[in-house]
Write a protein that binds this ligand. Structure first.
Ligand code: NAP
Length: 302
């Protein structure tokens, strides 16, 4: 029997309806959730991504601010904008679209965002919160993958999950989220000699590589759940994932399509993190804390 498709568009609609209801409640009490999106430079794909994020904010009743800067915008000017947004009570989430122009250090920029507004979950402190099982913002793509798995009703406890890819934004946080859900987790990467050996043992496979046909039918245990994070182009220029969709759908029990699987969930989880931030912070001025000092405010931000 062909795999059941896990519909990220439908799940997103359901989750966004819930987010909109939460936002309406917050707005009625004078705390409309607010997201600031900053883009530097003229990368066309990045401009499409930020437009979609701002549009999604409007659809769920958020306040949103889009700040666009030319490619020669200085690093210091960007850090100053982030410092201002960190203390803006109307803003509960700050997102700086990557990639940034070469003269701007992305780590410096991400670390300048107040942890309480780091709705992308990319900062070192957010990563630490995830490692330590503390409440915090989970990176949107792996968080969305967890929701997709959850939507199948599959209980991860004691099951074997294989994550292919170990990036800081997808693979590593994905593995930690699966671990938190009590799965036994294997992480594979470009130096893994026999990928199929690992994937064939998996009850759940999450492919986050960026190379099409990385996962083929012979690498999948019958009945496994397969989540395809990859975004690639096939020979005809059509969007495709890392998984050989036609082949794997004959073996897996559940499979996410590309497009229409993980992609829509990423923006949805950004909205989810932002509404959660508004609920948590209640619009109060928020401060970044330094990793080495525990709670001390960052100089110049408080
Ligand atoms: P990345 O930073 O390039 O990481 C790719 C990972 O794949 C690396 O850890 C790399 O291993 C591993 N890898 C490369 N070749 C491999 C191989 N032959 N076998 C096993 N592992 C291999 O990419 P990313 O940011 O994590 O993104 C991964 C994919 O997901 C991309 O296609 C990206 O466009 C897509 N993506 C989609 C969404 C969405 O919303 N749908 C969001 C984010 C990303 P090493 O560490 O050893 O190099």
């Amino acid at each position: 029997m062909p795999a059941q498709l896990i519909d990220g568009v439908k799940l997103s609609q359901q989750l966004r309806a819930d987010i909109a209801a939460r936002a309406a409640k917050l707005t009625a009490s004078g705390r409309q959730p607010g997201l600031a999106v900053i883009i530097v430079g003229d990368d066309p794909a990045s401009h499409v991504y930020v437009r979609n994020k701002v549009k999604a904010c409007g659809e769920v009743g958020f306040h949103s601010v889009l700040e666009k800067y030319e490619a020669d915008f200085s690093e210091q000017a960007l850090l100053d904008r982030i410092a201002a947004l960190n203390v803006d009570p109307a803003i509960h989430g700050i997102l700086v679209q990557m990639p940034l122009p070469k003269h701007i250090d992305p780590t410096k920029v991400i670390e300048a965002i107040a942890t309480t507004k780091d709705v992308d979950g990319y900062s070192v402190l957010s990563a630490g919160e995830l490692v330590a099982n503390l409440p915090g913002f989970r990176p949107c793509t792996p968080y969305g993958c967890m929701k997709l798995i959850e939507s199948t009703g599959f209980d991860l406890r004691g099951k074997h999950a294989v994550v292919i890819g170990r990036s800081n934004t997808v693979g590593k946080p994905m593995a930690l989220l699966l671990l938190q859900a009590n799965a036994t987790v294997t992480i594979c990467h470009s130096a893994t000699p026999d990928l199929g050996y690992h994937t064939r043992q998996a009850d759940v496979i999450v492919a986050a590589v960026g190379r099409r046909n990385t996962v083929t039918a012979d690498m999948v245990k019958p009945g496994a759940i397969v989540i395809d994070v990859g975004m690639n182009r096939d020979d005809a220029g059509k969007l495709c994932g890392d998984v050989d969709f036609a082949g794997v759908s004959e073996v897996a029990s559940h499979l996410t399509p590309v497009p229409g699987g993980v992609g829509p969930m990423t923006i949805t989880m950004l909205l989810m993190n932002t509404v959660e931030s508004a609920e948590r912070g209640l619009g109060k001025t928020q401060e970044k804390t330094e990793p080495d000092s525990g709670m001390a405010p960052k100089p110049g931000i408080a």
